[in-house]
Design a protein around this ligand. Sequence first.
Ligand code: HMG
Ligand code: MG
Length: 298
Amino acid sequence: MKVKITEVGPRDGLQNEKVPVATKDKFEFIQLLIRAGLTNIEATSFVKKESIPQLADAAELSALLNWNGPVEFSALTPNTKGYEAAKNAGYKEVAVFTAASESFTKKNINRTIDESIQGFKEIFTLARQDGIRVRGYVSTVIDCPYEGKIDPKKVLEVSKILLDQGAYEISLGETIGTGVPTEVERLLELLLKEIPADKLAGHFHDTYGMAIANVEKAFSMGIRSFDSSAGGLGGCPYAKGAAGNLATDDLVYFLEKSGVPTGIDPGLLWEASSFMEKAIARELQSRTYLATKKKREA
Ligand code: HMG
Ligand code: MG
């Protein structure tokens, strides 16, 4: 029973942080994550600097990474310009991102859903030639900050298009962390009629503390790939009120205690989270992280 954990702390975790984090600290954070046992790490985004100033050092950070080790690094690429930059930086995996809500897509990447998908065609073609894997994100799979409830049929439609274009996996973005397990169940019941479970990943945010319950529901329905961020860092600047991602600390605690090995050392993971907590100068929210902190301080 193998579970894939994609650590999105350096990207989703930091993209909304107001305090600028030095490139060397981002690199050190990634090193600590690797030391803890994370093997899939979303390191940064190749996007417009004005859109996400915190990640404007994508190329500089990527130049520091060890491309010959066992870790799979990936980066977000909204268009061909971003794709080319990621390829030149050494990435063997990139992620394209769109949503099931028109308003969110417009605010996030200044495109309609259809325009975004048309734009990705070139990325998929180039990636096939270049031997680069493409992951597809579909955001707002349950609720949208602008449109409210999202029809699962729209999630299915967009996911299928990205898979047909060549995405190896669809990460289902529960962008604002408002969803509950019954909603996850309703969504997955529909998706799993047409998409195999091993092509889907859960990307839950934890605004209402429902992320781990949503993982449990998705896991019980066969999903074995989850995104999370150390300490529960995170949030999307285009989704007001969205708190951090599901914390890797909580995910690892939940899986290990449920008898699912993760290969991640919780103590070393705690150190990675703690390092970033100091760098961003605000307290992290992960319950597991905080419980361990109290124990260590006692
Ligand atoms: P645009 O303004 O429509 O782009 O932005 P444009 O093509 O008109 O170009 C405008 C300028 O941007 C040009 O520069 C381009 O060169 C530059 P100028 O000529 O004016 O000097 N530009 C770029 N620069 C660097 N890298 C690029 C790039 N592309 C254009 N790749 C765009 C459209 C998509 C670029 C912009 O809206 C953008 O970068 N958006 C990124 C938003 C983002 O990163 N959001 C957060 C990630 S999504 C998320 O968090 C959700 C997720 O976690 C899942 C979930 O939780 O649901 C994944
Ligand atoms: Mg996210």
